[in-house]
Write a protein that binds this ligand. Structure first.
Ligand code: PCG
Length: 741
């Protein structure tokens, strides 16, 4: 009989009771106390709650969790419910630690060490190792688990053990549910229930994490808004940006400490001078301290550095680090290092992702801040350079003295043809400043400008012309003089305001010309060409003019109101820009067309503007209308400048245009005729049609054309004579030879 009882299994007993229900009934009635029966009933009533489990779960999990501790609290609450549903005896929650090398048990808000994550010891460690669910029947008999479950090595029963893995692949826990062997084993629906619940739980925890990230994102957006405001309104310093980055990243990933190292590309180093020593301000925000710079080799491990530094200097122990480069596409700006997660014993994938995203904004913030600082520095450098330039480009008091003493020549020394188109400054180069002042005084009266200012102004303009052969101070004077003559010969057309703008534009129109045309700057991609895309030199001449006009002591227009001054500069700008010959063609065509159609009207603002532009071109080319001797001399100087550019281009491997090619000098007379036919004659004809006072210009131009024609003819004749002579010589040599023969 004894032998028979020993061989009975739990299942045999169950089968017997199903077939003999009266046995269990009498047992319950007579052998079990009422209290025990009632507790059994309570348990039994809880079973139908099964279908509500999902609802309870979702409610429990929907509550937001702020820290990892809270996540495990939730898991425990849920596993408690699930275990009851499946009538389990025990459950245990294990948490991976030490970078996934060890497990500890979580129970009632506390963590207890359990053991290493290895195979061949416990069920939980095996599952943590494989990260696969496992069902073990009668665990005490299974040789794979000599140390059994969380309830010891010799526990007899069935074990269901599952890893909790989030959709982000973060492995956060192992859940173990155990049934005593004497109870009924896990059935399929129970296994399904546990699996489903754990699946939902992982999804909810993940969801919760996302919510945490979203709220961090909101804070992040606020920060971005705040820092952008700082940068673009206040243009904050690098220190402020670094402090913002450190404070916010710390909040973002819940780090205990943080550091930020900036890259010093020049010295191949990383450095930091703002430190987090764990202090907080009255609002609980990190209080960072600025200290002397720590520098170290860019290639040395920062983590190692911080570990060393942290433990030696502050006694602070670094347990885990999240380290991220702060980089834009082209440059690594720095490295941010988060030390010791407050939430857990390590930083999660979510932390990493959030920081990765934020690092992009940090990089932009640092990038713009650096750019801003660079810009501010360059601005300061520019100001210093301008001060130096101003010192050297403005005339000294010694240089001024003679003119200040005698701004005007005695009447007998004034060239009699000064007020005619034919005046040539070649023989008056020493007194051109006095002659210019004379013209100004003649046209505007003695009171129009402060004479000492005008003296300083005119000498400084002269100083700012370069010593090139054509586009020099003398050319500037000639153009201003021609403008003066046109105005003088066109009474009641221009206002004093316009006249002043035109005469001053005339004297300044080529200031700082370097003897090269616009094409040269563009072809060689010189800095001036990157500054101005069109009318390169003309824009530069205007800028130089404004620079002179702005300089204290030379500010001849200081008597104007702000708006008058603005208008004056605009008129000067238009006049100087009009000296770009590339703009002339369209202008001439448009005026000639209106004249032909009888619609030209100087009262019309637009046409008036065009007329003034044409007048500036007329003055700029006035050498072509000077007496023949002056014309010849000017062309010689002009071509020397052209050839200098040609020589330069040849040196740089370019092919100069024939006009700038020294080896083609014999073409000059023909080129002059071409220049007149193509540009000057239409120009002065049209100018004459709108400003009849310019008639001497077209006449003189035509006379000079005649002179160039004669040069061409003479050259032809000379060539012919030479050839005839050559031929005659050859023939006579032939005859001599024949005679000798
Ligand atoms: N070939 C030729 N070109 C001239 C003459 N006078 C002026 N120019 C050109 O016309 C241009 C007008 O604008 P710039 O003063 O910049 O440069 C001038 C020269 O390139 C001339 O007599 N002959």
């Amino acid at each position: 009989m004894n032998v028979l009882i020993r061989e009975l299994s739990v299942q045999d007993v169950r089968n017997f009771l199903i077939q003999n229900p009266e046995v269990i009934e009498s047992h319950l009635l007579y052998n079990v106390t009422t209290d025990a029966l009632e507790s059994l009933l309570t348990k039994k009533r809880e079973r139908p709650l099964l279908q509500l489990t999902g609802q309870i779960l979702s409610k429990k999990l929907a509550c937001s969790v702020e820290s990892d501790q809270q996540i495990y609290e939730r898991i425990e609450e849920l596993i408690k419910i699930v275990s009851r549903q499946v009538d389990a005896d025990y459950y245990t929650i294990y948490v991976p630690r030490k970078n996934l090398t060890e497990l500890c048990i979580y129970r009632n808000g506390e963590f207890f060490e359990y053991g290493p994550i290895v195979k061949g010891q416990t069920v939980a460690a095996h599952v943590a190792f494989d990260k696969q669910p496992l069902f073990v029947e009668n665990v005490s008999m299974d040789p794979r688990f000599p140390k059994g479950t969380g309830h010891g090595g010799n526990f007899e029963g069935d074990v269901l053990c599952l890893p909790v893995i989030l959709p982000t692949d973060d492995f956060i826990a192992v859940v173990e549910i155990v049934k005593n062997e004497l109870k009924h084993p896990f059935n399929t629906s129970e296994l399904k229930l546990i699996n489903t619940c754990l699946g939902w739980m992982a999804a909810c925890i993940h969801e919760n994490g996302l919510r945490r990230i979203m709220s961090a994102q909101e804070t992040l957006n606020d920060f971005l808004l705040e820092s952008t405001k700082h940068m673009f309104i206040e243009m904050t310093s690098i220190d402020t940006v670094v402090q913002n980055v450190m404070t916010f990243t710390k909040e973002l990933v819940n780090a205990d400490r943080c550091s930020l190292f900036l890259v010093d590309d020049e010295n191949n180093e990383l450095f930091a001078d703002i430190f987090d020593e764990g202090k907080k301000d009255e609002n609980g925000r990190p209080l960072l301290s600025k200290k002397s710079k720590i520098r170290f080799d860019k290639n040395k491990g920062i983590a190692g550095f911080v570990l060393r530094k942290g433990s030696v200097t502050t006694g602070y122990k670094t347990k885990n680090i999240l380290c991220m480069p702060i980089a834009t596409k082209s440059k690594i700006h720095g490295v941010v290092e988060m030390i010791n997660s407050i939430r857990s014993d390590h930083f999660s994938h979510m932390d990493e992702h959030a920081l990765q995203m934020f690092a992009v904004y940090c990089a932009l913030a640092l990038h713009y801040c650096r750019l801003f600082n660079l810009l501010a520095q360059q601005k300061a450098q520019y100001r210093v350079a301008m001060e130096v330039i101003q010192y050297h480009s403005v005339c000294t008091e010694e240089e001024m003295e003679p003119l200040l003493k005698q701004p005007l020549l005695p009447p007998e020394e004034i060239p009699p043809d000064l007020t005619t188109y034919y005046f040539s400054g070649f023989h008056f180069s020493n007194v051109l400043p006095q002659l210019f002042i004379q013209l100004v005084v003649d046209m505007f009266g003695r009171e129009s400008f402060e004479i000492p200012k005008l003296c300083r102004f005119v000498l400084t303009v002269r100083k700012n012309y370069r010593q090139v052969t054509y586009h020099n101070w003398l050319h500037g004077f000639h153009v201003a003089h021609c403008v003066w003559c046109i105005i003088d010969q066109s009474p009641d057309i221009f206002s004093d305001f316009e006249k002043m703008a035109l005469v001053i534009a005339g004297i300044c129109h080529d200031v700082d010309h370097r003897g090269y045309n616009n094409m040269y700057f563009q072809k060689l991609n010189l800095p001036l060409a990157s500054l101005y895309s069109t009318s390169v030199m003309e824009q530069h001449h205007y800028k130089q003019t404004v620079f002179i006009l702005h300089t204290k002591g030379l500010d001849i227009f200081s008597h104007l109101s702000a708006s008058e001054y603005k208008d004056m500069l605009e008129l000067i700008r238009e006049a100087i820009m009009a000296t770009d010959l590339a703009l002339y063609f369209g202008n001439q065509k448009s005026i000639a067309k209106s004249v032909e159609e009888g619609t030209f009207d100087l009262a019309d603002d637009n046409m008036r503007k065009k007329a003034k532009a044409l007048m500036m071109t007329g003055a700029d080319l006035c050498a072509i209308c000077k007496p023949w001797a002056t014309q010849k001399r000017t062309v010689k100087d002009l071509y020397e400048e052209f050839f200098m550019q040609g020589d330069e281009e040849k040196k740089l491997g370019f092919d100069p245009i024939p006009m700038m090619d020294r080896t083609k000098q014999d073409q000059i007379p023909q080129q002059q005729i071409g220049f007149m036919d193509f540009i000057c004659i239409p120009l002065y004809n049209t100018l004459n049609s709108i400003l009849p006072g310019t008639k001497p210009l077209i006449e003189a131009c035509c006379e000079n054309r005649q002179c160039w024609m004669e040069v061409v003819e003479r050259a032809k004749e000379e060539k012919q004579t030479i050839e005839e002579e050559k031929q005659r010589k050859e023939e006579s040599e032939e005859q001599t030879e024949e005679r000798n023969d």
